[in-house]
Design a protein around this ligand. Sequence first.
Ligand SMILES: [Zn+2]
Length: 345
Amino acid sequence: MRQKLVLLGAVFSCALAALLVSVAPADGQRRPRRAPVPDDAPERPENETACNYQDPQDFMIRENFLANWKQPRDEQQRRRKLQREAVRYRTEQYGYFEGFGNPRWNKHAPTHYAKRVQFMDLPIRVNEKIIPALECVEAQLRAECTEPVYTPRRLSGIRTKNTYHNGQASNHIYGIAVDVDPLLNTCCMCVAQWGDHPLCQNEVESIYERMEMPPCWVHVFERFGFYWLGRDSLQDTMHFEFLGDPNHILKTTGDPPHMAEALAAERAVQEEREAEERAAAEAEAARIAAEREAELEAARQAEERAAAARAEAAAAQQAAAAEEVATTSERPQANRGCSVSAPGL
Ligand SMILES: [Zn+2]
């Protein structure tokens, strides 16, 4: 049985064999410990792409519908129901894959919707519905993730075989999952082969140390409805899956309904911030105007004082001149006697 499990787990790229975690690691190797996953997404920048920002839909996230025997019975039932809803939604939106759901929900297989596109200069086949989201991701990666620039070497998209072995449907079969560099970005909790990888054996402070792709890629993908499976118990760092609303990817289609509340709250915060900025700018302008007014008033008063001083000086000068004139005009009278006697000289 164990050998059979090892054989099944021999999928090295994006190995989604979740149950094979129980396979014993090779001699001398420890089973890898789960790495901490930082919750460090930076504030979303203003969205200049053609797509809406959107979050993955909760009912589509694997961890939210995985049931196990440790959970209370009603919780298990709730999760199984959620899983059925997720299968139905994926079938309706992306195609019917044999063994999952009902062909009445969609007469086409996911391959019917598959298109070959270029993503970051590499070819990949994905479901056509998510192509606009991938294009927005690429535009934003090129604009934002420049330090350092990461150039992927290999991508993996749609698959015609399910790579989960525990009865779950991999999102690769619907063409809505993308693996980035499956040999460089680890999946330490997937299969034994990954567990032996040096990056998985190392004790790390963050899961980012177990991949080559920069965290900036994770942040950008996550803004456009993709779920990063690095957050999952598998710690599949290479894997992004589109779990947003495929009918509201482009801005022209309006905000995704599941985001309405969050977006309204985001907008309210943004408006409040803008109002605060406006108020601060107005206060600053008023302060500058008051300062300028005070300067002008001071200049006016100084000018008045100067004018008064000039007037005073002029008056004093005038008075002095008048006095001088008065003194001078008295002098000839005093000398009059001399001038009378002068003609004889
Ligand atoms: Zn994958």
